[in-house]
Design a protein around this ligand. Sequence first.
Ligand SMILES: [Zn+2]
Length: 112
Amino acid sequence: MMKKLFKCTVCNFIWEGENPPAVCPKCGQPHEKFAELTSENADKVYKSERTNDIHAEIITLIDRIIALSREGIELDLDPACVSGFKQAISEGYIIKQRAKAEIENHIGKGKW
Ligand SMILES: [Zn+2]
């Protein structure tokens, strides 16, 4: 069952509950500055929440892959390894940028 969502019209903070908070936890504006999201927009927020979390986790994992690959390049055991680590960095970068672009697109469509 979906709860109501309210959005601060000053800073875009989203609050879940029966009523808006007394003051915005982010910018401190009073509850009058909150507007209830339409059920269509609330639905977008709920459906996108897990997806955006997955993208964020992928970005974190890729950062780890990039750090490990840099360490492997530093160790320089043999050319095949170094080449593989360099490839992992460039492929990781593509995956990371794709995930960031998706998050940005979602935010632009109110899916966050
Ligand atoms: Zn606010």
